[in-house]
Structures are given as structure tokens and as C-alpha cells.
Design a protein around this ligand. Structure first.
Ligand code: AMP
Length: 280
């Protein structure tokens, strides 16, 4: 695996490989890698000639400074995992490398996605995500971008970004299923910050999503959401939202006649967890 820290050097290397007709797959991450990340890498490996992974904890997407400060960093272990996963290239930039001045001020039109759900609870978050991914896509210039459904709304935002930046015909977006622990908890770098008791409680989010899925059509949607939220609160979560939304627009669903997705964001102590499940 080659490690690049400088954007220009990586871009030049990829340019050369593309001249050799190499197909480039790209998996952007914030590190603290787990099997969810590695499943994206495995898919990218199987569908491309070269797989690029980036590790960059992007300050502009953290609306909560404590979350940024406490974000887990396990870079040496990450490098071992990437080598074992046959990743070809790791991009490990500094913030200066990602944000030369002109990128700091770019604003993206994300429409309702910016004010719904994660947008409402994490103001500015998706602007930050777009800033970093826009920059990364211009540095890595991949043919295929690999994202996890775990971050459902982020996938929608990044589809919009790719359209808006005119990269629609250059970069194909590939979305992978959410990888879970045996007890249903979605793998997440933030799980490392859960204490033992919280870790035991955390699968309740997936249980709540599964409850909604199982009862769909048997109870009104509002009642499903209310029951799921109350169950989580009883178990010690501070719930940001339990929503059942149209899977294409993320508008709250009135019924389940279209494809719908249940989405939950909830805090256990200082750790904020998100998850989602397609219901039909
Ligand atoms: P992150 O490092 O959290 O920014 O995640 C990097 C990429 O991995 C994103 O596209 C995530 O959606 C994806 N990802 C995170 N957790 C999982 C998971 N449990 N299963 C599959 N993909 C995931």
C-alpha cells in the first residue's frame, strides 16, 4: 500500500494510472476503521483495479466541538487493517492540504436535506461533508465512490453534490449495506466510546427499527414512531428523532404506499448514534 500525504502527488499518481486504463475505486473515511469500512473496501477491490482509502477527520463537519475532540484515532491499527484488506493507496492528508482557503467558503445547495433530520440536529454538518468530499473527489478523481447506507441521508447529500459539481458522468456512487454486530448494533467508530453498560443498551436502536418494520401496516405511523421513541427513552437514550420517511425525499411519510425508511438518531451519554432500516 502506498501512503500519500500530499494532494498533488496523489492526483499525479492517479492520472498516470488512469492513462494505463486503471479503474479507480474510492472509500472516504474518518478512520478508526471497523468491518463496515472494510466491507466497502472489499467491494471496491472487487470492482476496480485500484482502491484508494482516505482517512481524514474533517473538522468542518463537526457541529459539536467535543465530538470532534473525542473522535477516536487509531491510525496505526487502521494502516494494518488496510494492508490486510489489500487497499492499494491510503490518502492521509493534513487539514491544510484539504483546505487551501478557497475551499473554506464554498456553499452547496442541498435543499430540504439540509434542514431535515440530521440537517436539523447538526446544523452545518452536511455543508462540511460536501466541502470535504468535493475536495477529495477532485484530488482522487475516482471512477466509483463507495458509501455506506448506515449514513442514509449523507448518501442522498453526496448524490446531490456529485450532480451539482458536474461529476455525475465521471463518478458512480455505490452504496453498501450496513454491517452490524451480532446483536444488531450498526458498526460505527463512535461505538468505541460506549462504556460497557451503554454498549449493552445500544442495540435497542436496531430493535426499535425492527419493531417499526415488523409492525408496519398494523399500527398508524405516528404511533409506531411514538412507541419506538418512548421505548428508547425508557432505556436511557436521549432521542433526537425517530422518523419514518419517504426513502427518496426523506419527507415524513404519511403512509407506507411508497418506499419508506425508518431513521433514528439518539444519544447514549455523550455518544450520538444513528441507524436506519428500509421498511418495505
Ligand atoms: P466514517 O468513517 O464514519 O465517515 O464512514 C466512512 C464510510 O463508511 C461512510 O460511507 C459510512 O457510511 C460507511 N460506514 C460506516 N459504518 C458502516 C457500517 N456499519 N456498515 C457499512 N458502512 C459503514
Amino acid at each position: 500500500m502506498i501512503i500519500f500525504r500530499k494532494a498533488k502527488q496523489l492526483t499525479a499518481y492517479i492520472k498516470k494510472e488512469k492513462k494505463n486504463l486503471k479503474k479507480i475505486g474510492f472509500v472516504p473515511t474518518m478512520g478508526a476503521l471497523h468491518s463496515g469500512h472494510l466491507s466497502l473496501l472489499a467491494t471496491a477491490n472487487s470492482e476496480n483495479d485500484l482502491t484508494v482509502c482516505s482517512i481524514f477527520i474533517n473538522p468542518t463537519q463537526f457541529n459539536n466541538p467535543d465530538d470532534f475532540k473525542n473522535y477516536p484515532v487509531t491510525i496505526e491499527k487502521d494502516i494494518e487493517l488496510l494492508i490486510a484488506s489489500h487497499c492499494n493507496i491510503l490518502f492521509l492528508p493534513t487539514a491544510d492540504e484539504i483546505y487551501p482557503d478557497k475551499y473554506k467558503k464554498k456553499v452547496y445547495d442541498l435543499g430540504k436535506l439540509e434542514t431535515l433530520l440530521e440537517g436539523a440536529y447538526r446544523p452545518g454538518h452536511f455543508q462540511g461533508v460536501c466541502q470535504v468530499v468535493d475536495r477529495l473527489l477532485h484530488i482522487v478523481t475516482p471512477h466509483q465512490l463507495y458509501l455506506g447506507q448506515k449514513d442514509y441521508q449523507q448518501c442522498m447529500v453526496l448524490k446531490k453534490l456529485v450532480e451539482q459539481t458536474g461529476l455525475e458522468n465521471e463518478v458512480a456512487i455505490k452504496i453498501s449495506d450496513t454491517l452490524r454486530e451480532a446483536d444488531g448494533l450498526a458498526l460505527s467508530s463512535r461505538n468505541m466510546r460506549l462504556n460497557e453498560a451503554q454498549r449493552k443498551t445500544a442495540p435497542a436502536i436496531f430493535e426499535a427499527l425492527s419493531f417499526i418494520k415488523n409492525k408496519l401496516g398494523q399500527m398508524p405511523l405516528n404511533e409506531l414512531k411514538k412507541t419506538a421513541a418512548e421505548t428508547l427513552t425508557t432505556k436511557g437514550f436521549e432521542v433526537d428523532y425517530v422518523e419514518i420517511a419517504d426513502a427518496k425525499t426523506l419527507d415524513p411519510a404519511r403512509d407506507a404506499s411508497t418506499k419508506v425508511v425508518a431513521l433514528i438518531a439518539a444519544h447514549l451519554g455523550a455518544v450520538r448514534l444513528i441507524d436506519n432500516l428500509i421498511l418495505n
